[in-house]
Write a protein that binds this ligand. Sequence first.
Ligand code: NAD
Length: 508
Amino acid sequence: MPLPLTDRLALLRDAFPADVSGTVPLWVNGEWRKGTPGEEFACVDPTLGETLVPVASSTSDDIGAAVEAAKRAQRAWWDLDGQDRARVLRGIADGIRANAKALGTLDTLDAGRPIRDTVARDTERAARLFEFFAGTTDRLRGAFIPVQPGRSNTIEYEPIGIVGAITPWNYPLTNAAGKIAPALATGNAVILKPAEDSPLSALMLAWVAHRAGLPAGLLNVLNGPGPRVGDAMVRHPDIGKITFTGSTSVGRTIGALAGAELKSVTLELGGKTGFMVFADADLERAADALVFSAFNNAGQTCTAGSRLLVEERVAGDFLKLVSARIERIRIGDPLDPETQLGPAISSRHREQVLARMAEAEKAGLVPLATSCPQLPGHGFFLAPTVYVDVDPKLAVAQEEIFGPLVTVSTFRDEDEAIAIANGTPYGLATTAWTSDIFRARRISRRAQTGIVWLNTAHSLHPGSPYGGYKQSGLGLEMGEEAIRQHMRIKTVWSEDGPWQSPWASAPA
Ligand code: NAD
């Protein structure tokens, strides 16, 4: 039985750092800001399918207040010695660790992500993002360009000013941290709009950051619907950059608008990872990796191994290994530390995934028979589903579905495998399992994706740049590359002596 709603609400009240007996407030200028009566939306617990709390939805006044606060705070923040900014960022990392249980509980309650993942893994990852970017603040070096003798030219990096960050619901805390940390490290202020389906942990993160010494105004959290609040941020003339993670369709809209506004933009979008398994692979480990990759976070991961491409002659054996592992997945209340697979994020999303499954079955696909554990009779749970013998051109194998669904296609040789893997509009990640090191290298060179995982799955590090090719995005998050994307370049010229006008030496 899942924990009842009253106990879940008690957990939420204990975890959240402000009074949430009414509406969950916004965070603007280093303090809680009450929303406007009548402008709320429901924060729903996907495990029970019940409303937890109403959440304030930002109005244009709130956006204006956040922009003004950010403008006021940003100049002084950039004027600090980089090491002083780093000290604050390290303090935020410590604050995340000190509040790990509360931050993780909030993500488990409103996003349905298992507590075994949120409390330990996500909070540690968020803390390390701040630590990594803290280590970059005194490395924001420019350059000296050798120009004509007697003249100097330097390249200097400056912050953009205010960065608008828009995040999805699937990894609420780490998505927020991945946007906030590089923006603050580079001397910017941030206005963050979390997804409507998981509004809580970002607010708490802002509170943690403030307690760690982040000056008021540098981080503001504005909840609300994307087409209103997110759109207003993209259009706002004082927000100089948008960093967005979400679907390719919304990313395209934001990219077009940012283009019209001549605004810098980073887009981390959808994916459809081809997960190749060759006959010479360690099949047991590859099966562990596939099941984790595809069903972790209920398949709601942009890099989920949602397309299994397996060499024809081992396909039968490999699918038996996959089936056995699916039968062992522990599905249930994500607050239970044993649970591995929680619910889908919302009723709407569950219906969308079910509709895609129905379409696939109408097209003749049959799910692999596994005795998958029974689904709870409440909330938005979806059963892990594997379709075999799938034509890689079918919609279900081409489009991102973002649920616990895997299509299986077979290949005869490496060329065919790589052609199928590259054969979607997306280009986020490729995974390959093989014991042939030369083949692994060939695959990594031919993969049309920003990330390649060879005999591993979902490895990430704040120092490793992250981004997609093709319809999976534009620009990079994490790594040194993320630093440059939050800064502008200024070239500065000066003379070593009095300037001579070229006209002065012109013949009379
Ligand atoms: P989404 O695109 O529906 O929403 C993402 C965010 O954009 C939300 O905060 C939403 O409110 C906002 N938004 C919606 N319409 C907007 C508009 N017109 N203007 C401005 N903002 C708007 O995505 P989602 O359903 O929340 O998340 C799932 C998607 O995110 C998947 O496609 C997944 O692949 C992608 N994702 C990508 C990465 C990556 O790093 N590439 C990581 C996680 C998730």
